[in-house]
Design a protein around this ligand. Sequence first.
Ligand code: NAD
Ligand code: DAU
Length: 340
Amino acid sequence: MKIIVTGGAGFIGGNFVHHMVNKYPEYQIINLDLLTYAGNLETLKPVENKPNYKFVHGDIADRDFVFKLFEEEKPDIVVNFAAESHVDRSITDPEAFVRTNVMGTTTLLDACRTYGIKRYHQVSTDEVYGDLPLDRPDLFFTETTPLHTSSPYSSSKAGADLFVLAYHRTYGLPVTVSRCSNNYGPYHFPEKLIPLMISRALADEELPVYGDGANVRDWLHVSDHCEAIDLILHKGRVGEIYNIGGHNERTNLEVVKTILKALDKPESLIRYVKDRPGHDRRYAIDPTKIETELGWKPKYNFDTGIRQTIDWYLNNQDWWKHILSGEYSQYFEKMYGDRL
Ligand code: NAD
Ligand code: DAU
């Protein structure tokens, strides 16, 4: 089995590459990544010399490049993690999101149509459903909740999902889609809430909480997300959407206070700042379908997962300090400079 994993130098894609390379030594895992600011080859150090792993530097929206790669590799499966993923960046530069998230996806789909594929899996997000009100804790996103996006990021992800499902219906492409809630865990880029707060608290810097801090996210440890995608690839039904989430809703303020407590830092570091425009209030996933159909169950709850994550950031300070200093971008040159 030959699998192209796109965006495998990012947070979730990197964790997924580790998972697949170690669990399936008989599979060939090809990590295709453009190495934008969010791509970090240092994340792949533990697997970079494994015989079933290969890195390819390239852009999923570059049609000539993608078609040439498919011609050479003839993959059985494509798992598309590659994306511009940060909501705040989508507010300042929406176009990059259209290019990678929509056009990158359609380019991959066209290559799959042309060369044939056993499965194309689209890694999507719960943000395509928009948000839920804070005063209706009984409401959850199911797979049939209408798409109702808020940000340029979520709009580009919803657009991509619609193309994926259209290629299934129109051309019979064997696709699956997963929509997961907020992930956290090792190798999370320190622009996102949890790693940002851990790294800043450790440096005794102010922690910027948007608005009133009452927005709710439904947190899932990244390894549980990786297990879910593995299950969907092996047992999921073609043409189906699977929501992924573990019922771990927390307000942003609760998350920040949990981190401060674990690091023995004072709450006086919290600084309320201007809210994110269009800020979604609450996300909450109903995971009944993946639990009942595929038998998926998360291993972590938020309390065990956040402890593991904080320990990882304490024990792997080089990884995130290299990012903050910009040093991580030199790793590609060091590893691949003489091979190009
Ligand atoms: P990330 O920003 O950490 O990583 C994205 C990766 O994609 C990077 O390695 C980057 O270099 C690569 N990339 C970007 N543009 C590319 C292009 N044009 N061609 C090839 N590679 C490119 O993102 P993440 O948080 O790991 O998210 C991965 C996927 O999961 C995304 O599709 C995202 O929408 C989805 N998702 C994320 C979360 C979350 O909480 N982080 C939750 C649900 C779904
Ligand atoms: O729900 C899944 C989505 O989760 C993914 O699709 C996105 O790729 C991923 O980035 C994430 O989006 P969020 O916007 O929820 O994540 P972020 O870490 O940016 O913010 C989490 C919450 O914390 C959100 O309510 C905004 C708030 N926040 C964020 C930052 C960076 C702050 O209050 N302060 C901050 O500095």
